[in-house]
Design a protein around this ligand. Structure first.
Ligand SMILES: NC(=O)c1ccc[n+]([C@@H]2O[C@H](COP(=O)([O-])OP(=O)(O)OC[C@H]3O[C@@H](n4cnc5c(N)ncnc54)[C@H](O)[C@@H]3O)[C@@H](O)[C@H]2O)c1
Length: 446
């Protein structure tokens, strides 16, 4: 299938999806989603590219406070030959004027984390679907405020957690749903990615010791979090997929959590290596090099999460999905299923299993996802969001799932600050987790 020409039959509803009140999205053509983008830096631009490649998306407006990001977006849109969107800029609140427009159905928020909560709340109040780049808010209260606004307005909110759509992650979900691993017992995952060259750059994104306004992209703002916060500050890529394996918020829930922080040496060592004597090498980085969080689930499973972004290491999200009949471990590309693997107590290479159990959505859409970011998963998450808006239905990762993933940050921070004390996990669903039915990757189209 050709990505550009893709227009799905916007009126067909997948089983289990509910239609929202008509007040949620104002009079509009259901074949096309009119998008506004808040934040068009590196991540926002990746979603701009996805939007440009679809005939069912119109990029109506973009908002950013930096000319560099706006210029890069303009150049991308021009190269594509698409109409130029209206621009909003000039202040941190410029997005509010964009939200006043009646011709925007949904917004994609890809700004620094400290802005997400307010932007999302304002967007929901303006009746725009929210797709937010992964961190919902900073404090626990922020997460409750998002839930309350969603409940008051009825407007859907989706964390655009792309790893949930990674091909191996979805094949393993397909296996889990078919019972191959038996009953779920223990899950592991995390964000294990050497970000030193992202947290410090030169002015143009090359190697350098800069952070703050003079630096590039995430080094302008993200490094501050590593300086000031000791906790798992980026939990969603690891925990998002694990929540689906454990049916969290759908018959199961996280009950409590405890976090540990190692000492912090990685960023100091790195700066001393690339820029000896630089001030950044002397900073007392509060964020431990490896943050380890354990979470209990109501149905008895345990979840182990890791945040590990300051040390030299190959990328791996370190997934382990283990049940009464077998397990998957992504770092070793290994699957073992009792009585089905080739040899007793010996790993099979995961490839044959993942090919056999490729998720139906990947079987259907793999050609469309070719070339999209992060091995194609970026196409899927964008597609799921756009399709939900077109159909006026809840998003497959909804507001409760979104805040559950993201609230791990303030909870882990509090646990560490209190000397590794357990923290009760809030039940954002207020008991609805017992009867909620998952919509994630269960439809024919998304
Ligand atoms: N899902 C993923 O794989 C993935 C990958 C990268 C980044 N992200 C997330 O995407 C978000 C953006 O990250 P990024 O890498 O694009 O960072 P970035 O620094 O490249 O882009 C952020 C943009 O937001 C703009 N901005 C800042 N304040 C603003 C405001 N008040 N109003 C409008 N625009 C504002 C900046 O000028 C910049 O252009 C973050 O939340 C990040 O965690 C997710």
């Amino acid at each position: 299938m050709d990505r550009r020409r893709f227009i799905s039959t916007g009126t067909v509803l997948a089983a289990g999806f509910s239609i929202l009140p008509s007040s949620v999205v104002f009079g509009r053509n259901m074949d096309k989603v009119r998008l506004g983008y808040i934040g068009v830096g590196l991540r926002g631009n990746s979603h701009i590219q996805e939007g440009l490649l679809r005939d069912d998306v119109e990029i109506v407006a973009i908002c950013d406070t930096q000319e560099r990001s706006l210029a890069a977006t303009r150049a991308r849109i021009k190269k594509h030959g698409a109409p130029m969107p209206k621009e909003y800029t000039g202040s941190d609140d410029a997005y509010k004027a964009m939200l006043d427009r009646k011709d925007i159905d949904a917004v994609i928020i890809a700004t620094p984390w400290q802005f997400h909560k307010q932007m999302a709340i304002d967007a929901m109040k303006a009746g725009k679907y929210v797709g937010c780049e992964v961190i919902a808010g900073l404090s626990l209260e922020d997460h409750w405020d998002i839930v309350k606004t969603h409940e008051a307005t009825g407007v859907p909110y989706m964390t655009l957690e792309n790893v949930c759509y990674r091909r191996d992650v979805m094949a393993v979900l397909n296996m889990q749903r078919q019972g191959l691993f038996g009953e779920m017992i223990h899950l592991e995952g995390g964000y294990q990615h050497n970000l030193r060259g992202v947290l410090f750059t030169d002015a143009n994104g090359g190697t350098g010791p800069l952070y703050g306004p003079q630096a590039f992209s995430e080094a302008q703002w993200r490094t501050e979090f590593n300086i000031k916060r000791n906790g798992d500050i980026y939990p969603t890529h690891g925990v998002g997929p694990l929540m689906h394996y454990a049916d969290i918020n759908y018959g199961n829930r996280f009950t409590n959590l405890v976090s540990f922080a190692s000492k912090s040496r990685g960023l100091n060592t790195y700066i001393e290596e690339i820029a000896p004597g630089n001030e950044a090498a002397k900073i007392n980085y509060k964020n431990g090099d490896v943050i380890t969080t354990m979470i209990n689930c109501a149905n008895g499973e345990t979840v182990l999460l890791s945040h590990d972004t300051h040390l030299p290491r190959p990328y791996s999200l370190g997934f382990r999905v283990q049940g009464t009949k077998g397990l998957w471990m992504d770092v070793a590309n290994s699957i073992y299923i009792e009585k089905q693997s080739k040899n007793d107590d010996e790993w099979d290479n995961e490839d044959s299993w993942l090919t056999k159990y490729d998720h139906p959505l990947w079987v259907k859409y793999n050609k469309m996802a070719e070339g999209a970011g992060h091995g194609g998963m970026d196409w899927f998450v964008f597609h799921a969001f756009v399709e939900s808006v077109k159909r006026k239905v809840q998003t497959p990762i909804d507001v409760y799932d979104s805040v559950t993933m993201s609230a791990i940050t303030p909870l882990s921070e509090k646990s560490i600050a209190e000397g590794n004390m357990p923290q009760q996990f809030p039940d954002f669903t207020k008991g609805k987790w017992k009867t909620r039915v998952s919509k994630f990757a269960l439809g024919d189209d998304y």
